[in-house]
Design a protein around this ligand. Structure first.
Ligand code: HEM
Length: 407
């Protein structure tokens, strides 16, 4: 491509992008690492150093309501009319919230959530083992449908405390929630997303009421306890952010695990290395995150006129840190397109950074560190079936629709 790619050329619904994102991203980074795209009116930042600096800049804003109304990012706002008299924390989850509400809500929820994740290893091992056992004897399966979609949903359901008899409902709602992430969704998809959100809010409301009367050993009880201890959180803020844990967490972890299995099967020496030395599981997961970040980019908004990488940037410009491009920046990562599970040369940006850094990173890492060695131990002869790889047409996300494996 001779012209510089714009934001709309970097979206996963475009098969020409999904088939080979790195060619376009390498060209953009080497020619113009900080590029204002006049079509989307976004600043695209593909250099690792600049992307990291921007993610950690506390002056930048997050919510699309702050963005240039002509920009594509301004259209990321929820389509439903939301009661404008509601306080900001009752309109958006922490994902889009700005300070001071972001900190007020995130800090106590993060404390409770991380404490649960810290104790979750045995529970996740059980979930992974049960799903692997259900495939025993299979000689060919779609890994995405059989393992990497259900495992994160079952893991978060167990952490939250969803009852076993509601698990199927919970899974259906969780899968439909993904539709809320697509700003280009159809009317029919919008209706399904609304129905799933309402059903989940109803379910969480019921759970919260029950846990207030009778606490259990789960995250919903912890959230109810935070309120009882005086944390300034309304019921609606809890419901919105419980739902955000599912929106932010399920699909991304699915994609991490499926992309990882594909990378390992394409690089059998790295798979053998992991199996010979399980202490490499943590660095192997970081390398999968670097090579195949499940989230392609994350936005911020310029609060005032500023300079980025020497370029003047107008107030309200959406600034997109291109995470995949930053993670393959040769200025930081030697031979960046090589999968090397022992790599030591830098920290990737797959979870973003600064105040909005992914709240679920520890859970996603834990699930993947448990999943990869157990999967290859269960299926030592696994290989990729002949297939055409199709990526989910969800802008900003990188995930296989299916991954057929033969054993
Ligand atoms: C491999 C898996 C995951 C990836 C790659 C990922 C990636 C990201 C990224 C890039 C952000 C934006 C960060 C920023 O703008 O600086 C984010 C935010 C977030 N993620 Fe994750 N995520 C993953 C798993 C999870 C999980 C398991 C959960 C919850 C259970 C979760 C919940 C969230 C939430 C709630 C936010 C918003 C945080 C905030 O704005 O304060 N994510 N994630």
């Amino acid at each position: 491509m001779s012209e510089l790619p714009g934001f709309l050329d970097l979206l996963s619904p475009r098969p020409d992008y999904s088939a080979n994102p790195d060619e376009r991203l390498h060209a953009l980074r080497s020619r113009c690492p900080v590029h204002f795209d006049p079509v989307s009116r976004h600043l695209l930042v593909s250099s690792h150093v600049e992307a990291r600096r921007l993610l950690h800049d506390p002056s930048l804003l997050r919510h699309p309501v702050n963005a240039d109304p002509q920009s594509v990012f301004a259209r990321f706002i929820d389509r439903r009319p939301i009661d404008p008299s509601l306080p900001p924390g009752e309109r958006s989850s922490i994902l889009l919230l700005d300070q001071p509400d972001h900190r007020r809500i995130r800090v106590p929820l993060q404390r409770a959530f991380h404490a649960r994740v810290f104790k979750a290893r045995p529970l996740i091992e059980r979930v992974v083992d049960a799903h692997l056992a259900a495939l025993a004897g299979a000689d060919r399966f779609d890994l995405v449908a059989a393992l990497t979609i259900p495992i994160p949903i079952h893991a978060i359901a167990a952490i939250l405390g969803v009852a076993a008899d509601r698990l199927e409902n919970f899974r259906g709602w969780s899968e439909d929630l993904i539709l809320t992430l697509n700003p280009f969704r159809s009317e029919e998809e919008d209706q399904r997303a609304i129905a799933a959100t309402e059903a989940l809010h109803g379910h969480f409301r019921e759970m919260l009421e029950r846990r207030r009367r009778q606490p259990a050993d789960d995250l919903v009880s912890d959230f109810a306890a935070l309120q009882a201890e005086g944390a300034p959180l309304s019921d609606r803020e809890l419901l919105i952010n419980l739902t955000a844990l599912l929106v932010g967490g399920n699909l991304t972890t699915t994609d991490l695990m499926a992309s990882g299995v594909k990378l390992f099967l394409e690089n059998p020496r790295e798979k053998e290395r992991l199996m010979a030395d399980p202490s490499l599981a943590a660095s192997a997961v970081e390398e999968v995150l670097r090579m195949e970040a499940p989230v392609d980019f994350t936005p911020r908004v310029a609060p005032c006129p500023m300079t980025v990488g020497g370029e003047p940037v107008a107030a309200k410009t959406p600034i997109f840190a291109l995470l995949r491009a930053a993670n393959r920046d040769p200025a930081i990562f030697a031979d960046p397109d090589r999968f090397d599970i022992g790599r030591q040369d830098g920290a990737h940006l797959a979870f973003g950074g600064g105040a909005h850094i992914c709240i679920g990173a520890a859970l996603a890492r834990l699930e993947a560190r448990i999943f990869f060695p157990r999967f290859f131990a269960a299926f030592p002869g696994a290989r990729l079936a002949p297939q055409e790889y199709r990526y989910r047409p969800l802008p900003g996300f990188r995930g296989l629709e299916e991954l057929w494996v033969e054993t």
